[in-house]
Design a protein around this ligand. Structure first.
Ligand code: BGC
Length: 353
């Protein structure tokens, strides 16, 4: 009896060991939205390197911001036998069918940075605290204009990200949670009156569209000398378009200082813009941290361990609350970027020349 039990235990141990081994060589699919934005290249490269360092095989695909391409890439990953799919979605609400297929193949799904909406088949979510990103942008503005004590009024214009990206609303709501009291008391005024998310959102986070909208705002309210004090931009791809528009309108010349301008991602071009005094700050979301976190999640899934999460309330995708791990965002500006970005090896000094 005892012997039989030991035998069973022994077989079980060998099997689970073998499974863990098999898990190690498993194929993991990493689907990224686009190579046109610097951050996703870093995200993809980091994920691939870190997964391979742990013994996994990786299929990494970029979808050129095209939803159908991303769906096809995911279908291929399923056919190729991926065990886990890590997905930074383009449109978070159109992946239900392909993820149903993934579920039928017992594939686990981790939403990377952007939540996948309206599906029961998203198992985990790893991101930076998106509301906090907006809060930090709002607080930066609050401090830069000394809103607590200054008399104002200051002229503010607002931008938001792509409406098909769940993050965009979180960024906007976070920032508005800080700015709203000042808008209510008219210390901050929006001369164009454009304050609704749907009016100020820029589809596909497109720089040229942001530039064109900034051109229109300038023409509408700032052409005859009114001073633009501050622009809320949710990220760097919008900020770069906004800077181009401001530059064309003569900002950055004598008597016409650039307004306070926020951003996110610390793209190289934007860090250079910060150094040049065209952009005030950018949220730094260290892609190495997020990639490492997601690799830990993959590893836990593949070895049957508890998947690390630290938030089980915030991210409801319309069908369920997706257990999440939220990393902590910080801000970079011209005063701290060296310590944050160069000294940590994220960029070389030459990258920012
Ligand atoms: C990401 C941002 C990025 C934006 C545009 C968002 O989902 O969280 O970091 O700037 O997409 O790619």
């Amino acid at each position: 009896m005892k012997k039989a039990l030991l035998l069973v235990l022994g077989i079980a141990m060998v099997l689970s060991g073998a499974w863990a081994q098999a898990g190690k060589g498993a194929l993991i699919g990493v689907a990224m939205p686009t190579q046109s934005l610097q951050r996703w290249n870093q995200d993809g490269a980091n994920m691939k390197a870190k997964l391979e360092a742990k013994g996994y095989k990786v299929v990494l695909q970029y979808a050129n911001n095209d939803v159908n391409t991303q769906v096809q890439q995911l279908e291929n990953m399923i056919t190729q036998g991926c065990k886990v799919l890590v997905i930074a979605s383009i449109d978070g609400s159109v992946l239900s069918d392909v993820l149903k297929q993934a579920r039928e193949h017992e594939i686990k799904v981790i939403a990377y940075d952007r939540l996948i909406m309206n599906t029961p088949d998203c198992d985990y979510y790893a991101t930076f605290d998106n509301f906090k990103v907006g809060v930090i942008q709002g607080q930066y503005i609050e401090k830069a204009l000394a809103l607590k004590t200054a008399k104002g009024p200051f002229n503010l214009e607002l931008f938001a990200g792509s409406p098909d990206d769940n993050n965009a609303t979180f960024f906007f709501n976070g920032a508005i949670s800080i700015l709203k009291p000042y808008m209510d008391s008219k210390k901050l005024v929006v001369p164009t009156g454009q304050t609704e998310f749907t009016t100020i959102a820029i589809p596909a986070w497109n720089s040229a569209t942001a530039q064109a909208r900034m051109d229109n705002l300038i023409t509408a309210k700032y052409a005859s000398g009114a001073k633009l004090d501050v622009v809320l931009s949710p990220n760097d791809s919008l900020a770069i378009g906004i800077v181009a528009s401001l530059k064309n309108a003569g900002y950055g010349t004598a008597g016409k200082a650039y307004p306070v301008l926020t951003g996110q991602d610390c793209d190289k071009a934007n860090v250079k813009a910060m150094i040049a005094g065209q952009q005030s700050m950018s949220i730094f979301k260290d892609t190495r941290t997020l990639a490492a976190q997601v690799v830990d999640m993959v590893d836990a899934l593949m070895s049957g361990k508890t998947v690390p999460v630290n938030d089980t309330k915030t991210y409801n995708n319309g069908v369920k609350v997706v257990p999440s791990f939220l990393c902590d965002p910080v801000y970079a500006d011209k005063n701290n970027y060296k310590a944050l970005l160069v000294d940590t090896g994220y960029y070389t000094a030459a990258d920012l020349k």
